[in-house]
Structures are given as C-alpha cells and as structure tokens.
Design a protein around this ligand. Structure first.
Ligand code: ARG
Length: 284
C-alpha cells in the first residue's frame, strides 16, 4: 500500500513540469485562434509581419493627426489589421521602398507584403498571391499644361520624352511596352515621380489610377490623360512563398472583409484621409 502511494506521488511529481510547460507555451501563442487551427507559422510566432511602401495614397500613406503626429493609414493598412485580427495575430507593419517590400517577401523576412501588389506573372516565383481585394486600373499621367500632347498612348512613344515609373513596379513594364522609344526614368517612390512631373523633369508617368486620382486632388496641376490597358488588373496580398496555411487564412479574411462591408468602409475612410493632411513617402 505504502509502495503504491509513493509510486503515485512520484508519478504526479513527474507530471507537474509537463503541465507547467504546456501552460507556458499557451501563454505565448493562443491555441484557439484561426491561425492555430489552420496551423499557420509566421516569422515571429503570434505576429503577422507585413512590409509596405507608404508612397501610395489611398492604399498606404501617413495621415497627420491634429497634434502633428503621422500615423500609417490607407486601405491596405486597415485590411492588414483586419487580417491580423481575423487570424488572432498581432500586426507588425514595416515601411520601406516598394522594391524592398518585394525583396523582403521573397527572402521570407516578413510574412507578407501589402503594397497594392498587382498579381504580375514575373512576381509569381517570389510570392503567393491572395485573392483580389481591390480592382483599380492603370493610367498615364502628366501636367495640365502638357495634357493636350497626349491624345493616345502612341504619343507617349517619343524619343524626346522622359517617362517615369516606380522601380520594381509593373508600371516599368507598361512604360517599356507603350513608350519603348522614350527615356524611361525609374524612381524609388511614387512621391518623387509626382514631384518630378510637377517641376517639369518628367513629361509623363505610368501610375495606378486610384493613386493618380488621389494625388490629382492634392496637386491640381496633375492631369490623368489616358487609361492604360493591363491584363492582371486588381490588387493582392503577396505571401511568403510556400506558406499555404497563411495564404488560406488571408484568403478567408479577405472573403469576409469583402462580404461584411469592411473593405468598402476601409476604401471610403482611406479616400477621405488621403485628401487631408498627409505625408506620402517614408518618414525621415
Ligand atoms: N500595382 C503596382 C505593382 O504591383 C504598383 C504598386 C506600387 N505600390 C506602392 N505602395 N508604391 O507593381
């Protein structure tokens, strides 16, 4: 009898560390989340780490509050928070130049890139594409003074012209396709492209239509002159290649954001904030 009690006691004592270990793990990463159910692994456990390029209102930009403090805003940022909440993860957003976001996703330093990505075929090697969460279009942009020079895309194909496009973006491809004779000037920020258009260093530029419209409200000299055809229209989240559990979770969250009206609200809020006091580009 005594022997059995001692054995039982010994067994119980051995089990204590097991329970304690289990409790510790649960404290770090909650087990009842969508992320846990789908078996999602992230770069930092419990955190959805996202790279973005905040030179792209209304997708992502800095909104300056009444007290002068800049905060990341835009419908990509709202959607990133919605996805993180849906998955039960904390959100960490890392701002950088656009081509950097693609590299960080490709090198798996982040879980995802949310920067108005077009699902371009040459990018498919570097990342998984989520479902489309926003459908926009592409435009050729110039200044009001030069607008009449551009009656069709053929007028952009001129050896005397300097035409801008953001480094690493599909707009570089659009420029090469439609304006091969022009001097195609690649700049790292859309903000710089707008500045160079306005000061006359560029004759025109290829920009996402929603972004061009947003800038045109703040810089009234800008003119959106021509729509530009593009096959892979729509914006997607770029997800770390091979992270199919995360892809599934992100797609579930996007489907819900589209059907419950959240995405519509995010776009509306972003458009409103983008016409206010903002910084487009990186903070120094
Ligand atoms: N949609 C284009 C692309 O995927 C441009 C995106 C640029 N995004 C940005 N945040 N600057 O290449």
């Amino acid at each position: 009898m005594k022997k059995i009690t001692i054995l039982l006691l010994a067994a119980l004592i051995c089990m204590v560390p097991l329970f304690a270990g289990g409790a510790k793990e649960n404290a770090a990463v909650a087990s009842d989340t969508v992320a846990a159910k789908l078996g999602i692994k992230t770069v930092t456990p419990g955190v959805f780490t996202v790279a973005t390029s905040p030179d792209f209102a209304p997708y992502e930009f800095y909104s300056i509050g009444a007290d002068g403090t800049p905060t990341l805003a835009g419908f990509d940022i709202s959607l990133a928070q919605y996805i993180a909440d849906y998955l039960g993860l904390k959100l960490e957003i890392i701002p950088m130049d656009f081509d950097g976001t693609i590299m960080e996703v490709q090198q798996k330093n982040v879980d995802a890139g949310m920067a108005g990505y077009s699902p371009s075929p040459d990018r498919a090697e570097a990342m998984e594409f989520s479902a489309v969460y926003y459908t926009g279009g592409q435009s050729f942009v110039t200044t009001k003074a030069n607008a009449s020079k551009f009656q069709s895309l053929a007028d952009t194909n001129n050896a005397k012209m300097k035409i801008g496009a953001q480094i690493g973006s599909i707009q570089v491809g659009l420029a090469q396709e439609n304006s091969p004779k022009a001097d195609i000037v690649q700049l790292s920020k859309v903000t710089d492209i707008i500045a160079e258009l306005l000061n006359g260093s560029l004759d025109g530029a290829y920009i996402e239509t929603a972004v061009a419209e947003s800038y045109a409200k703040n810089y009234t000299d800008l003119a959106i002159v021509l729509p530009v055809p593009y096959d892979q229209e729509g914006s997607v989240v770029g997800i770390s290649k091979g992270n199919l559990a995360l892809l599934e979770g992100v797609n579930q969250a996007i489907a819900q954001a589209l059907s419950d009206g959240s995405m519509g609200k995010f776009i509306e809020q972003a458009n409103e904030l983008a016409t206010g006091n903002i910084i487009e580009g990186l903070l120094n």
